[in-house]
Design a protein around this ligand. Sequence first.
Ligand SMILES: O=C[C@H](O)[C@@H](O)[C@@H](O)[C@H](O)C(=O)O
Length: 473
Amino acid sequence: MRPYIHDDFMLHSDAAVRLYHDYAAAEPIFDYHNHLPHAAIADDHVFADLAEIWLGGDHYKWRAMRANGVAERFCTGDASPFEKFEAWAATVPQTLRNPLYHWTHLELKRYFGIDTLLGPETAREIWDTANTQLAGMSVQSILRDQKVAVAGTTDDPADSLATHQRIAALNLSTKVYPTFRPDKAYALADPAAFNAYCAKLGATAGRGEIASFDDLLAALEQRHADFHAVGGRLSDHGLETALAEPCTLAEARAIFLKVRDGNTPSPEEQLGFGSLLMLEFGRWDAKRGWTKQLHLGAMRNNSARAYLELGPDCGFDSIGDYRQAPALVKYLSSLDETGELPKTIVYNLNPADNYMLATLVGNFQDGVTAGKMQFGSGWWFLDQKEAMEWQMNALSNLGLLSRFVGMLTDSRSFMSFPRHEYFRRTLCNLLGSEMANGELPPDFELVGGMVKNICFANARNYFGLAVDPSYSG
Ligand SMILES: O=C[C@H](O)[C@@H](O)[C@@H](O)[C@H](O)C(=O)O
């Protein structure tokens, strides 16, 4: 019997099969945005078992388990690794039609050659088979075997870059770069946390105390330059909406001092402070030829109880229904006006905003850099077949799919790289069906060439991140 994950999985036409196998499958992976723990790369960590590599940090799985009635102890709690795995295995058959079902079996197949469907009866057998193989795998061997040319981690400017320097010195074929994500530099709602953050940033930047807004700016810009020096070329911001409230330097200075004294600024002041910083960040990105990523629209930490018990990023976030267009236009236009708009990728969490965003970014293309403004690939809850098709359809109809820099995992797990395969199959299936019905020409060099570019070359050319010659394509 044909295994569930077979060569032509998700490819529903001969054209799709040919596109995938001849143009997509062999392309290396350019994972320009993820949340991988970089210390595990530097240390070439070997995972103790399938629970550690697969369940730790994976809030998608925890969410599904909770929805299946599994107690917290087996998600984020103190149950043993095998108990957690068993709870996950019992959940998997209940995830039919959720992307987790596809990812799970793709991952088992690609990492361990396992064709058996995961469920309560097969849990033990799969656990044993995978664990035996995991003992002989290390993080660096995984990156090599999965043909990961680039991994872009997510880093706070207050964090040290020592691990990244260690990784660079290893000269791996996978190049690992930090991404500048300064969300905490404008999180003023909790003055104590902000002041602690300033102390940490001042120490990391080697500038001593941050006693003024000007000190804060100087320390952040220095970290931006430090990130550049280790090869970083991307920034990232997780925001409900873009920040674009007017705020003068004098106002920002006064707001800083207010927080410094332990007082919480008004919501307007917080917005203004963040807006001013965002303009600065945009200018630095433009000046150094970086790409700015804006992840817009997540409504986070919605269960007060769970937030108190577990903290952020544990699976209690959802799609927000914020109004995105006005502030985003204002922000991009302010930078554009002075010629300081960097290459930008806007990721959207609410699919209702797809058409709005795909047209909005089009206003800022500059006629110089092809694909400068990107409508980013399906993010988080939209990182699944249906929503990836929505995103690619909106982009095709309102912009240039051919210039799309493609997929990223956004993951915290070293087992997530097959999500690129999942995306590629979805892309080839979409295009293949239109070749089959005659809406796209039967020209494999033309359509396949675009597929190849979206899988790798577009990202390689766009970001300006150095790639090992073995992956230069
Ligand atoms: O895919 C989902 C993610 O890993 C999600 O947890 C992140 O996108 C994260 O919240 C972030 O803010 O960058």
